[in-house]
Design a protein around this ligand. Structure first.
Ligand SMILES: C[S@@+](CC[C@H](N)C(=O)[O-])C[C@H]1O[C@@H](n2cnc3c(N)ncnc32)[C@H](O)[C@@H]1O
Length: 954
């Protein structure tokens, strides 16, 4: 029958050398467990080791138990603090899980490599080590060195029958289904040896549980010693097992961390106790005069303290102090610390919760990042960025929300003077300024109005999106700022724009039917405090009132200028750089009530929703569609954007209602206050207010309307300024203050006689005629004014008029002033009045326009000529009359006694007070020169001539 077939499978040889090379070794602990099962397969040596190991294990476990029993109580205490101290099983688990990491953490020392080169020549030389030296190394106290050397030795011992052993282990592995390869098994063997040899191994040798147990025996001693040394409590014992596989430095580190954690915990407890126990914050005494001597740090500390009290008022309050008192104190301190006025700080405190307020205030102290907008009419952002980077500008795209914005981190060149800037490749513009235009979503070929456009940042953005098609109307009421629009549009290559300089509130009478309107309204600028810190201390309630009234007027006009039936648009975007609800939500809420518009989403996917309520006020719920931007949340200036859609061109109000609205806006009184006024005052007073407000409207057309409060304030200011003015410059004339009866125009004292008044009137008439450039009339007029009182009249009445109107300084106002008085009186003035009437639709702007001052400029030239020709003969009489004028109505007799020169010098201060005209000044300085000469007795004759010239000229 032959021999029986041998079916028992041959032992698997396992992966060959090539396979061994692959992958890093892994050492799951279980792969070493089922040794009993595979007992028969163990080599003799292995069996010996196993026996040893089991013996040692028993001894070591007994020791361990003993130790644990001792330190149990202390360990428990420490467990709460020490997350690392865990039961033995867990420790083992941890160790086994950390096993895999160990080989990576501990590199094979060079010594080992050298040794392996000696002992082994195959690919295993890297990890197989000679065992010979083991005995020499064992006595070494240092764990690390022992570890290293040990490993070498044991590797060597394993290495001697590496192939066999590994194969045996692999078999066992395959039987258990674990993944360890032959290398792992060999390592395991080595580690076991280490354990038995009682050496501390810090790397591969620690991988098995048995080894840990074995090693822990020695380690206990060591760690005990260490614990004793460091004075640490017994809780460390728990970690000893865990620590076994760690280097001393790691163990020290662990202890340090533990200690730190404990200390932190204690500190926290202490702080909490201090808070709980402290007699919190002592409210400063009102009579305490140390207040003024507080340092900034002390103020800051007090802000913190009061904030703490307010955060848990019941707990920390001082019994006799109300919340209001704390809030007041906080407001004062915040004002002091951040340099705000109380009004604005109060507004901000109303808007933000305390913590957010602090963030807002802090953020407002820091300037926002510098940003630029690519002008897509001329370049692409990528190209621009490249060009600027080449110039040493460090930049980045501004954000995902914009395709044209770049943020500048730093620059070696001034960004307002690079060739790219000059070529119009970009506009320096705040990030927030791009938002309203994005919300407007301009379309090509549309008709768009930018109602308050200067200096043209947003306007030029609109034009760029329109790709220079359609028409952009860029309007601003300020002529100087209009020039800035012009300059920017030129630079940026905008060719589809019409720039106008009109009062926005009147724009509906000029042109309407726009597809879209952007109203970037004038505001208090409370959102741009970091740019203009003066806002913090200068803005008052009056400013806010004035702004929001103007804003409401402008918004209604913007809506009226929009065509609801526009095929592509019918949208209005309203924006401000203010964070105050009065200038934002209130304005929109007002427009929602007064016009056929509704709020639509802005299309901006970030920003805080607008308020639907603010303190006791409630707004239309759709106001949540509007967006707010803050420096502390969006790292951009405080800003507000709302988008309205006009759904009907009809105005849902009767004409009367509209007029009422207009009136109301012109009165510029917030509803609450107006009711107060009407309640408090009688009907007559109310009427008066009405009239005055209408007056204001007339005078101030095109300018922000004044509230009653504002008017009052202005009055006060005016009076103050008068006093100042009088004291400093016009002491003499004002002293004379013999004001004519109420209805009469003020007449200077020296002209108080009827005849002189008549002559004055005549002069005014004639001069009005002169403005018609009637030179022939001039020659007839001037002889009539020969006595020069006309000029004196002007001298004194002009300043009077001037300081009455002085507080409103802008040039357009000045021009207006010039045109206003003539309308009140005679014919010549009527002509002027007619002129000004013609110009009225754009009063502000026209007022600013150069033609208005021209007649005055022209005036002196012919006067001088004529004075030369015709006035010289009457010089004497002039002197006689003009002299007393300076002596404030005293008799001509006295004046006759006064030396001529002195009189004229006395006149000089009056000249100083006149409106500054360059021409006048020139002549005056000449005159002064001459007069001084004459005073010194030189050239007496020409002096009179000069003086007359001077007077006539005036
Ligand atoms: C916030 S700025 C406009 C900034 C501009 N949109 C930009 O992006 O460059 C407000 C402008 O409104 C102008 N303004 C003030 N009152 C106005 C009025 N009644 N009509 C038209 N413009 C007015 C101011 O001259 C100022 O230039």
């Amino acid at each position: 029958m032959g021999r029986k077939a041998e079916y028992s499978e041959k032992q698997k040889k396992g992966p060959g050398r090539k396979a061994r090379k692959q992958g890093p070794p892994t050492f799951p602990k279980k792969s070493f467990a089922p040794l009993e099962v595979e007992d028969q397969k163990l080599s003799h040596r292995q069996k010996q080791r196993l026996v040893k190991r089991v013996q040692k294990k028993v001894v070591q476990k007994a020791k361990l138990k003993e130790k644990q029993a001792k330190g149990k109580q202390q360990v428990r205490k420490q467990k709460t603090y020490n997350s690392d101290s865990e039961p033995e099983d867990e420790v083992k688990k941890q160790q086994s899980s950390s096993d895999e990491e160990v080989p990576q953490l501990v590199p094979i020392p060079d010594i080992v490599k050298q040794k392996t080169i000696k002992g082994f020549t195959d690919e295993n030389k890297d990890w197989l080590k000679l065992k010979k030296q083991q005995k020499k190394v064992l006595p070494k106290p240092e764990h690390e060195s022992v570890d290293e050397d040990n490993s070498d030795e044991e590797e060597h011992s394993v290495g001697s029958d590496a192939e066999e052993d590994s194969e045996a282990e692999l078999d066992s592995d395959s039987g258990n289904g674990f993944e360890a390869d032959s290398d792992d098994e060999i390592e395991e063997e080595d580690s076991e040896d280490d354990g038995y040899d009682g050496t501390k191994v810090g790397k591969l040798d620690d991988l098995s549980d048995d080894d840990e147990d074995a090693n822990s025996d020695d380690d206990f001693d060591v760690s005990d010693a260490e614990t004793a040394d460091s004075g640490e409590n017994a809780s460390d014992d728990d970690d000893d097992d865990d620590d076994d596989d760690k280097l001393p430095i790691e163990r020290a580190n662990k202890r340090l961390k533990k200690r730190e954690a404990q200390e932190a915990l204690l500190a926290e407890e202490e702080a909490q106790m201090a808070i709980d126990q402290q007699d919190v914050f002592k409210f400063p005494d009102e009579n305490d005069e140390d207040e003024s001597g507080l340092t900034l740090q002390e103020v800051q500390q007090r802000i913190k303290d009061v904030s703490l009290v307010l955060s848990d008022f019941k707990k920390y309050r001082q019994a006799d102090r109300s919340r209001g008192e704390y809030i007041d104190l906080l407001r004062r301190d915040l004002c002091l610390y951040y340099s705000y006025n109380e009004f604005l700080m109060g507004k901000l405190m109303d808007m933000f919760p305390l913590t957010e307020l602090m963030e807002y205030l802090e953020a407002s102290e820091v300037p926002r990042p510098l940003t630029i907008r690519t002008n897509t009419l001329k370049t692409r952002r990528r190209d621009l960025a490249g060009a600027l980077i080449n110039r040493g500008v460090n930049l980045d795209p501004l954000g995902k929300w914009t395709k044209v914005g770049l943020v500048i981190f730093n620059s070696q060149v001034p960004l307002g003077a690079t060739p790219e800037y000059l070529a119009g490749h970009y506009m320096i513009q705040g990030a927030s300024s791009m938002l309203p235009v994005m919300a407007l979503t301009p379309q090509e070929k549309e008709r768009i109005l930018d109602m308050c456009s200067a200096p043209g940042g947003k306007g030029s953005h609109i034009a760029a999106i329109m790709k220079n098609t359609g028409v952009l109307f860029a309007n601003d009421s300020n002529r100087d700022r209009c020039n800035a629009i012009k300059a920017n549009f030129h630079r940026l290559g905008i060719v589809n724009a019409v720039i106008s300089c009109e009062d926005g509130t009147k724009f509906r009478n000029i042109i309407s039917g726009f597809d879209r309107v952007l109203l970037d309204a004038p505001c208090t600028g409370t959102g741009v405090v970091s740019k203009d810190p003066s806002v913090k201390s200068t803005k008052s309630e009056v400013d806010v009132q004035r702004c929001y009234n103007l804003q409401r007027k402008l918004l209604l006009t913007a809506i009226d200028c929009t065509d609801a039936k526009s095929a592509t648009g019918g949208y209005i975007v309203y924006s401000t750089c203010s964070v105050l609800p009065e200038e934002n939500e209130w304005v929109i809420d007002y427009a929602l009530k007064k016009r056929n518009v509704k709020l639509v989403p802005t299309g901006l996917d970030f920003g805080v929703d607008g308020f639907t309520k603010f303190r006791q006020h409630r707004f239309h719920p759709s106001l949540s569609l509007t967006k707010r931007y803050y420096p502390h949340t969006h790292n951009m200036d405080g800003f507000y954007v709302a988008k309205l859609k006009k759904f009907s061109n009809t105005i849902p109000l009767t004409k009367e209602q509209q007029e009422d609205d207009e009136k109301q806006l012109d009165e510029a009184i917030p509803t609450d206050q107006s009711t107060n006024v009407s309640n408090e005052d009688d009907a007559g007073a109310a009427e008066d207010t009405d009239k005055s407000s209408r007056k204001l409207l007339g005078k101030r057309a095109g300018k922000p309307n004044l509230t009653d409060i504002e008017a009052e304030l202005k009055k006060k200011k005016l009076e103050q300024s008068k006093t100042k003015y009088v004291a400093k410059v016009f002491e003499k004339p004002i002293k004379v203050e013999k004001k004519p009866k109420a209805n009469e125009p003020p007449v200077p004292p020296n002209l108080s006689t009827n005849g002189i008044q008549e002559k004055t009137k005549n002069i005014i008439d004639k001069k009005a005629k002169l403005k018609k450039n009637d030179v022939s009339a001039l020659h007839t007029v001037l002889p009539a004014a020969v006595n020069g009182r006309g000029s004196n009249d002007k001298k004194q009445s002009a300043p009077a008029a001037q300081f009455n109107k002085k507080p409103s300084t802008p040039s357009h106002q000045y021009n207006k002033k010039q045109s206003t008085p003539p309308t009140k009186s005679n014919k010549g003035q009527k002509t002027l009045g007619a002129q000004s009437k013609k110009e009225q639709p754009a009063q502000l702007n026209r007022g600013q326009s150069p033609p208005a001052p021209q007649p005055k400029k022209d005036q002196p030239t012919p006067t001088i000529k004529s004075s030369k020709k015709e006035l010289t003969p009457g010089a004497k009489s002039k002197k006689e009359q003009s002299t007393p004028s300076t002596q404030s109505g005293k008799t001509s007799k006295k004046s006759a006694l006064v030396p001529k020169v002195k009189v004229n010098i006395d006149d000089l201060p009056i000249l100083e007070g006149k409106p500054i005209k360059k021409q006048n000044l020139k002549h005056k300085s000449k005159q002064i020169g001459n007069l001084k000469k004459s005073k010194s007795g030189i050239n007496a004759k020409p002096q009179t001539g000069n003086k007359q010239k001077f007077k006539n000229k005036k």
